[in-house]
Design a protein around this ligand. Structure first.
Ligand SMILES: Nc1ncnc2c1ncn2[C@@H]1O[C@H](COP(=O)(O)OP(=O)(O)OP(=O)(O)O)[C@@H](O)[C@H]1O
Length: 884
């Protein structure tokens, strides 16, 4: 196509005839000067409109003017300035679309203008239907426009846009008109450039103003809700609200979670929204990490990202929501990356977005800091509550309850296990755990709990070596030690981290704590861990105190027994050759550590001799510990001797220290050894051989240094032959035998012993009985004494009690006069005597308690008042029943 002027001449070659005339040039110069003056005044679009609508219109006729600008990519041009007053196309139905359209910078119509580099006049009919012609030509034509003068506007030798001048009167755009327009085109160009620059400055000023306004709002936010509102308001102010979300980086530094969002009107399903706003999205998915790495906002095309292979679910949700382009802005506070702001916008003013991003970063950082303060406060209160609870803990059971309670209140933290270091300082024993956490691998879990672990197990050793705690990422541990059974167990819980910490008290390792979590809140967990350490240390101290207490109680009872019997071995009576031999043996063996076996009939004084040996030995400063093997049920004898661990058998509620341990560095007197069950004999033999023992249910051995003295009234050799006593044990016990002869074989001792006992019981009961009649002495020496010294002792006690005068004149020996009724009657004594003895005995058994529950009156079946009057009537004194 060839552009022509109104006369149909070639534009390049055409010059008006009178153009060369002087007045014409003069006139033109004047017009140009006037217009140039006006143009230099132009500051904004309105000025330019006024220039066209009044100044130029006064000179020449035209209908309306438009200025279009070429886009930076130089592919299209779009309306920049419209003439609202006189434009006839304003009422056209396509006007709205037209003014917001981009017209391609190609096609004959526009290319001819570009090529000409100066005004080109077109007849509408010639150009409007040409291929590639812009739609505004036809629309103008439909509103009566017949000619268009297109003038290129240039800046730095490049066409920046076009001045369109339309007329509905053919021929009204004269050569003079064209010449003037050509003359003022450079000034109009610079006016347009100024306007653009001015607009830009104004836009920037406005932007800064709004940003400042928004920043005031954003700086004030302290809560998540306030942040959401402020971001919302900011985006509305800049007309950028098409849906946004702020994702916050989680403490695992691998995922992000939506913190605040507004999806606007969306067709996404409920499930999609929940997935996107509640779930965790990966940081390193090839998209979000790009945003975080970028120093400027990143505009992404959703489809293109999917095509690139980014498989993150949220991209598909965006797509299904109809979002085509998204802008991701990294939110940072200094060097700390906080998260990403995603905006669903098509066009991006990057510097504006960057400025908004910075403001939102500050706001987010403030909110997170405020949240952190609140969280710290909450944790403090929480820990305070826990520490109050821990202060009340006395037993391990209490602690278990407290720990489970506290952990149930910490979101997303599960107790895997608490292990305690055993007495051997090597084993790590499971103390408490949440078994149901491992419900998918219970068998494996139970096996691990049953097997004893040690402090050298690699992961446990790492934890014990740590200053405060270690956080292990389970997937990494699984890669590093795929065969570690603990790691395998943790992995099946689905939780991401194990927080493991040594439990310590005053630098001493007590055990290890293992917590499973997705979000290791170190400070809180460390706080809980310290509290548990304190509680465990308290419990252990408490247990030790209890054990000492029990030991002291036992020692106390032994001591009482010893005190009760002290006078016995000070006053061993017996001067005949039989007892002399015994004394010789005692002095021979006392100094040594040899095991002694004392034999003799019942009541011959075996225990008395055992105590005499102990008292003469280097161990005399410690208590001799006595165990009566006949007095204990077979099933308890082992525990009595060797002790047991807590839970070793039903009823073993506490750890108990056995008599062997109690007799460490002292003497253990095993009375009635012949009654010991065979099973216990085996254990006893082992302890005697190895000088160390194992508590029942215990896994460690305890070294003991104990001297053994045993006694029996049985013939052990016979017992061995009958298979009731182990021969190997017998030989071990029978190292140094001492035999005590029966009283009937040392009759010379009977009278001194009788006097000793009368004297002792008179003193004890406050009676004045001092002597024994010759008749009684005679009877005593002629009696066979099957119960030996003990029988004599008891008989003399009764005589003292029954005697009403200082001399014992009567003695009631069993079977002395068997069959003789009078004697047996005499032996029983008067009814009063019997009553007195019965009452005294009963009160003794009730440990002196007369009235009330378990008091003597209750057992005697009489009111306490009756008992009191009887005591008075029978002359019973306190000393009689409180003597022992
Ligand atoms: N030689 C003695 N001199 C003083 N008292 C003695 C003498 N022998 C025994 N006794 C006293 O006789 C009582 C019984 O003695 P002991 O309990 O020692 O006998 P035992 O042989 O151990 O008896 P059992 O076999 O029944 O255990 C004790 O009160 C003890 O003090």
């Amino acid at each position: 196509m060839k552009a022509t002027n109104q006369n149909g001449n070639d534009l390049q070659a055409t010059l008006p005839k009178d153009l060369e005339t002087k007045e014409f040039l003069e006139k033109q110069r004047k017009i140009l000067l006037d217009l140039s003056d006006d143009i230099t005044q132009i500051r904004d679009k309105n000025d330019l409109i006024v220039l066209f609508s009044s100044r130029i219109k006064n000179l020449f006729y035209f209908k309306h003017t438009i200025v279009t600008l070429i886009d930076p990519e130089r592919t299209s041009y779009r309306p920049f300035l419209l003439d609202p007053m006189s434009s006839p196309i304003q009422t056209h139905p396509s006007y709205a679309t037209l003014v917001d359209s981009d017209f391609p910078l190609s096609g004959d119509f526009i290319e001819a203008v570009l090529d000409a580099g100066k005004p080109v006049l077109y007849q509408m009919e010639d150009v409007m239907d040409l291929p590639g012609s812009p739609t505004f030509l036809r629309i103008n034509y439909e509103r009566g426009i017949r000619e268009i003068l297109m003038t290129p506007l240039k800046s730095k030798n490049e066409t920046m846009g076009f001045l369109h001048m339309y007329t509905d009167r053919p021929g009204s755009i004269t050569d003079e008109f064209i010449s003037i327009i050509e003359g003022i085109a450079p000034q109009i160009s610079s006016a347009v450039t100024n306007i653009i620059k001015n607009d830009e400055v104004r836009e920037k000023e406005w932007m800064n103003e709004v940003l400042l306004e928004c920043s005031i709002g954003l700086a004030a936010v302290r809560t998540r809700e306030e942040l959401s509102d402020a971001v919302h308001a900011t985006l509305v102010r800049f007309n950028l609200l098409r849906g946004f979300s702020i994702r916050r980086i989680n403490s695992d530094h691998e995922t992000m979670t939506t913190y605040v969002y507004d999806l606007g009107v969306t067709n996404a399903t409920e499930a999609e929204i929940t997935e996107m706003t509640q779930g965790q999205v990966p940081i390193y998915d090839g998209l979000q990490d790009r945003v975080l790495d970028s120093s400027i906002p990143l505009q992404v095309n959703v489809d293109a990202e999917i095509r690139r292979g980014i498989a993150s679910q949220y991209l598909f949700v965006w797509k299904s929501m109809g979002l085509k382009t998204m802008v991701g802005i990294a939110l940072r506070n200094g060097d700390v990356t906080l998260g990403v702001l995603w905006l669903g916008i098509e066009q991006a003013n990057l510097s504006l977005l960057q400025a908004i991003g910075s403001q939102i970063s500050i706001a987010l950082s403030n909110v997170l800091a405020a949240e952190e303060i609140v969280e710290r406060e909450r944790e403090k209160t929480f820990l305070l509550g826990f520490s109050n609870e821990v202060a009340r803990v006395r037993t391990k059971e209490d602690l278990k309850n407290a720990v489970f309670k506290v952990l149930s209140r910490v979101v997303n933290v599960k107790l895997a296990m608490v292990n305690l270091i055993g007495d051997d300082n090597v084993t790590l024993k499971p103390f408490m755990y949440d078994r149901m956490l491992f419900e998918n691998a219970l068998e494996q879990f139970d096996a691990l709990v049953a097997a004893s672990n040690t402090i050298d197990e690699p992961i446990a050793a790492r934890v014990l070596a740590a200053e405060d705690h270690v956080i292990l990422k389970i997937t990494e541990e699984l890669e590093n030690c795929p065969n570690n059974p603990f790691v395998q167990l943790w992995a099946q819980t689905g939780l991401k981290y194990i927080f493991a910490a040594p439990l310590r008290s005053a630098q001493a390792d007590l055990g290890t704590l293992w917590l499973l979590t997705d979000d290791p809140k170190c400070e809180l967990l460390q706080g809980i861990c310290s509290q548990i350490s304190t509680a465990i240390a308290n419990i252990q101290a408490n247990e030790k105190i209890l054990a000492y207490k029990r030991m002291l109680e036992m020692e106390n009872s032994q001591l009482k027994e010893q005190i009760k019997r002290t006078y016995n071995f000070n006053e061993i009576v017996g001067s005949g050759p039989e007892m002399q031999q015994v004394y010789d043996l005692i002095s021979l063996v006392s100094e040594s550590n040899s095991t002694v076996l004392i034999t003799g009939e019942t009541g011959t004084g075996k225990e008395l001799i055992a105590r005499a040996i102990h008292s003469a030995s280097p161990r005399k400063d410690k208590l001799m510990i006595k165990v009566n093997c006949a007095a204990l049920p077979a099933n308890l004898i082992e525990s009595e001797l060797f002790g047991h661990e807590k839970g070793a058998f039903t009823g073993a509620l506490e750890r108990r220290i056995g008599k062997f341990e109690l007799a460490d560095n002292s003497t253990l007197f095993l009375d009635e050894i012949g009654e010991m069950p065979l099973e216990a004999q085996v254990k006893l033999l082992r302890v005697l051989q190895e000088k160390e023992l194992e508590r029942i249910g215990g896994k460690t051995t305890v070294k003991v240094n104990v001297r053994i003295i045993t006694a029996t009234n049985r013939d052990l050799e016979e017992e061995v032959k009958a298979g009731r006593f182990r021969s190997d044990l017998y030989y071990r016990l029978n190292v140094f035998p001492i035999h005590l002869p029966p009283l009937r074989d040392r009759r010379d001792d009977i009278i001194p012993l009788a006097h000793l006992f009368v004297d002792r019981y008179s003193k004890a009961t406050g009676r004045k009985v001092k002597k024994i009649s010759p008749k009684v002495l005679h009877e005593l020496t002629s009696y066979p004494w099957p119960g030996n010294v003990r029988e004599l002792e008891h008989l003399m006690e009764r005589c003292v009690l029954l005697s009403t005068e200082p001399m014992i004149r009567e003695v009631y020996l069993p079977n002395k006069n068997a069959g003789a009724e009078t004697a047996s009657m005499a032996m029983l004594g008067t009814l009063e005597d019997v009553e007195r003895i019965h009452i005294i005995e009963t009160i003794k058994r009730c440990r002196g308690k007369l009235a009330g529950r378990g008091g003597a009156a209750e057992y005697l079946g009489m009111p306490a008042t009756t008992l009191h009057s009887k005591i008075k009537k029978l002359g019973i004194t306190k000393r009689q029943y409180l003597a022992e």
